[in-house]
Design a binder for this molecule. Structure first.
Ligand code: GLU
Length: 478
């Protein structure tokens, strides 16, 4: 048996949350670091909440992030099926084993009865848990319940005991069985409960390390009981901290974007998101923040993962994204930008490819996300060119008209290399209008680009050409 087999086991009940993406990433890095296997298992036994569309978007998101799985749906593997809804027979057989060993019992309590019990316990200031009403029903009592048409769930008998395990991130963990009520392992609709299915699958799939969020710690206590009941050796556990919002509450929609898909739509590059999530709540060797996939794999160590929650900082993600965009080869970047350009109303087929590359090369240092492209590239398109209020203000200032006039004057007769023309025109304007610094450059920028910020003006000028510049300067000459 392989020494390192880990899994990512999402329930397809929603879009891939960055918290889950990070869990997938930790498992993936662990597998790649140790040369082990990364398995994808779909936990879709909650029929009312699972949806095929979520499964499809999950595959898309994992593919987009480059978290390739070695076994799982769409892949071969000797431990399938890898979808829980296709493993029902296996769970049934395992339930029978526990029934035969007298470790479980049918429970006929209805939802309403259970809720009543819960409320009564809360009122009495006691820990809400199942008090074992159906644990010792006689055969007759069971028969009666069946005759009433009640469908049983199956509960695991919890005995007073201490559950201990060593967590790779959190160290020694201890739970008292006394506070845990008999828990459901198979629901009344015949579907396995999470804790039951997960133990069987992790065991049968030869999972050696279970790496997941700390919100599963209390589940692990229950799962340990099931490992013991089946006589299975438990895997090694590692529960990483969760991602929190700035208010230290679990990161949720009210904090803003939370799914991988949302970040993709915003134009975050997958390599930036991977870098960000990989370092979030875990420190790497030399404090570096920009790490390639390979560097992250080499430096990955669960032991370095933090125990306290990791605060999600969207600004930092954009900062990293800007670095990845800047470092992206322009020809690749053009390809990646195409859908965003289309979305912003640019018709790619109508744009000269070489010219587009030049423009992207110019603006790429200004982007913190791909989706921003439309509002940076507009200065190069006559039909998108617009004077912003700030630019207008600049152009209404004293001297502005003079600057624009002198600059235009020089351009009219100039010929040759655009960058040289630009420099000479600036020199001319400086003398003619008697201005320098901002007063000199800002009116020219404002008129030529319609904006007060943007790429280096000489380069913008070179791309636009003299004629376009002259046309844009004209209305501001009084
Ligand atoms: N399906 C569970 C979830 O999405 C898996 C938890 C686990 O990794 O065991 O939370």
């Amino acid at each position: 048996m392989e020494k390192y087999r880990v899994r990512f086991a999402p329930s397809p009940t929603g879009e891939l949350h960055v918290g889950n993406a990070r869990t997938a990433l930790f498992n993936w890095m662990f597998a790649r670091h140790h040369g082990g296997s990364f398995i994808l298992r779909i936990e879709d036994t909650d029929e009312s909440r699972s949806d095929l569309s979520y499964q499809i978007s999950l595959f898309n998101d994992l593919n987009w992030l480059g978290l390739d799985w070695d076994e799982g749906p769409q892949k071969k593997g000797s431990y399938g099926p890898y979808k829980q809804s296709e493993r029902l027979e296996i769970y049934k057989n395992h339930l029978q084993k526990l029934i035969d060993a007298n470790l479980v019992y049918p429970c006929y309590c209805t939802e309403e009865e259970l809720e009543e019990e819960r409320q009564a316990l809360i009122l009495g200031k006691r820990m809400p848990r199942y008090m074992g009403k159906c644990r010792n029903l006689t055969a007759d009592e069971r028969k009666k319940c069946e005759e009433e048409g009640r469908k049983p769930s199956f509960r695991f008998k919890v005995h007073p005991q201490t559950i201990e395990f060593e967590d790779l991130i959190r160290g020694e963990m201890k739970f008292e069985g006394e506070s845990i009520g008999d828990f459901i392992i198979v629901r009344s609709n015949g579907m396995p409960a999470y804790n039951f299915a997960v133990v069987i699958d992790d065991h049968l799939m030869g999972i050696t390390h279970v790496i997941r969020g700390e919100d599963h710690l209390s589940n692990t206590a229950l799962q340990m009981m099931l490992y013991r009941a089946f006589g299975f050796a438990p895997p090694t556990f590692a529960h990483h901290c969760l991602i929190l919002g700035k208010d230290r509450a679990k990161l949720s929609k009210r904090h803003g974007s939370v799914s991988a898909g949302e970040f993709r739509k915003q134009g975050i590059l997958p390599e930036a998101l991977i870098n960000y999530l990989g370092l979030l709540g875990s420190s790497f060797t030399d404090g570096r923040e920009v790490l390639s996939r390979d560097e992250m794999i080499t430096g990955f160590a669960l032991e370095r993962a933090s125990k306290s929650g990791a605060i999600f900082d969207e600004e930092k993600l954009h900062w990293l994204n800007a670095i990845y965009i800047r470092n992206c080869k322009t020809e690749d970047l053009v390809e990646r930008l195409k859908p965003f350009l289309e979305q912003a109303g640019y018709i790619i087929d109508n744009i000269d490819a070489k010219w587009l590359s030049e423009v992207i090369e110019l603006v790429k240092t200004e982007l913190t996300s791909l989706a921003e492209i439309g509002s940076h590239i507009d200065i190069f398109f006559d039909d998108k060119y617009e004077i912003t209020a700030e630019a207008k203000q600049i152009l209404e200032k004293e001297n502005a008209a003079q600057v624009v006039k002198a600059f235009s004057e020089y351009l009219k007769t100039a010929a040759g290399n655009p960058q040289e023309i630009y420099l000479a025109a600036i020199k001319y304007t400086k003398e003619k209008a008697g201005t320098k610094g901002k007063e000199l450059f800002m009116p020219i920028r404002a008129a030529i680009t319609g904006k007060v910020h943007g790429p280096e003006l000489d380069k913008v000028f070179a791309v636009l050409g003299k004629d376009v510049a002259l046309r844009r300067l004209k209305p501001f000459i009084s």
